[in-house]
Design a protein around this ligand. Structure first.
Ligand code: TXA
Ligand code: MG
Length: 353
């Protein structure tokens, strides 16, 4: 057990703030500090320090073949980290950094601990769009390796209390900068030498937005379970079920009225068996859901829905819900990332009614 320092900071904090300085010193001395980003909270360590990086895997209980994203605060930090900038990479950085886009680029061997990239010849890099994150990286003066700050297998944390729930006593500090705005992780994009690119993980920047900057010479999205099971996964993290609720989750797709009616019937049957049920709705809750023990409305605005998803999943767990029925949203724009996370949480259990 270590004492977990807790610092509440303003969104507009700068790198000279005493709390940021304290947190930065801990990072420099090889400790783990959690911090907010615009996507989810990250668990940071000095990317060059193998012991520190190893401690991240240990604290999270993360499989060691799942590489980490390195966070930088300015473009100059790429010097010495990245061996070459493939065609188009600079345009993407200009357009989306700071922001929820992670680029997988050729790594300069030895630039960071080999544990960060899990032995791959590429490095995932991003510049987060959050003053607390940027101030911390700047003050620490080192590239910061950071996965989401949850225990492996739990939903990513969108608030400081989620981080404490999972990691208090295992990490040296947490900067509380309020709720992570976006609520879903960054989009991970691999760019090849010749400018071809593919989305390895859908996220905060949509494929449609990427396509505007780099029209699809070649692109693919690894979303299907088939691709995830590929023997040499290109984004190792995608093969793990990131989060499985304590109860079962099933995604119900189809015409809205059919979906609501079908869920209503299931709720009735579960009630007879005294099983606790929950519903995740995108629209205002239907009267069909009155037999549910707990209904959470994510909202039909996908930006808002994304921001609420992970907290909602944690809430169902806390309430000991046995069975969660989730509505689906359209798989375009941010909806692609949302449905990707829902499908993963359900272990790919969905039904079309
Ligand atoms: O929004 C985010 O990306 C958050 C915040 C904290 O920045 N971080 C995050 O990290 O989601 P994590 O570790 O939970 O997910 C990193 C993903 C994993 O799917 C991992 O396999 C993939 O990025 N990844 C990392 N390095 C890679 C590489 N060199 N090649 C392919 N995929 C890589
Ligand atoms: Mg994660």
């Amino acid at each position: 057990m270590v004492e977990t320092r807790y610092w509440k900071v303003d969104h507009e904090v700068t790198s000279d703030h005493p709390f940021i300085q304290e947190a930065a010193k801990l990072i420099q001395s090889g400790q783990l500090v959690a911090f907010p980003t615009e996507t989810v909270y990250g668990l940071g360590a000095d990317a060059r320090n193998s012991e520190a990086v190893q401690a991240i895997y240990q604290a999270k209980g993360r499989p060691s073949d799942n590489p980490l994203i390195v966070h930088i605060a300015n473009i100059d930090q790429l010097d010495g980290l990245i061996a070459a900038l493939p065609q188009g990479a600079r345009e993407l950085m200009q357009q989306f950094w700071p922001g929820p886009l992670t680029l997988v680029l050729p790594l300069v061997e030895g630039a960071v601990s080999s544990i960060v990239s899990a032995g791959l010849s590429t490095l995932a890099v991003r510049m987060p769009d959050h003053p607390v994150a940027l101030s911390l990286i700047e003050a620490a003066g080192v590239p910061i390796a950071a996965p989401s700050a949850n225990l492996s297998g739990r939903p990513s944390p969108t608030r400081a209390d989620h981080v404490l729930e999972d990691l208090e006593g295992k990490i040296s500090g947490i900067l509380d900068g309020g709720k992570a705005n976006l609520g879903l992780e960054s989009t991970v994009v691999r760019i090849y030498e010749d400018g071809r690119w593919e989305v390895l993980r859908p996220g905060g920047v949509s494929i449609e937005e990427l396509d505007e900057i780099m029209p699809m010479a070649f692109s693919a999205t690894i979303e299907s379970q088939e691709a995830i099971k590929d023997s040499t996964p290109r984004s190792p993290g995608m093969k793990y079920t990131h989060y499985a609720p304590k109860g079962d989750l099933i995604v119900v797709e189809g015409l809205r009225t059919n979906v609501q009616h079908w869920i209503g019937v299931q709720l009735g049957q579960k009630k007879e068996k005294s099983e606790k049920t929950g519903v995740l709705a995108f629209d205002s809750p239907s009267s069909e859901y009155r037999k549910a023990d707990h209904v959470i409305v994510l909202g039909s605005d996908l930006r808002i829905a994304a921001g609420r998803l992970y907290a909602a999943l944690r809430e169902f767990d806390e309430l000991g819900i046995h069975m969660i029925y989730s509505e689906a949203c359209e798989e375009t724009g941010l909806g692609r990332a949302l449905m990707n996370r829902l499908r993963k949480a359900s272990g790919n259990r969905s039904i079309r009614v």
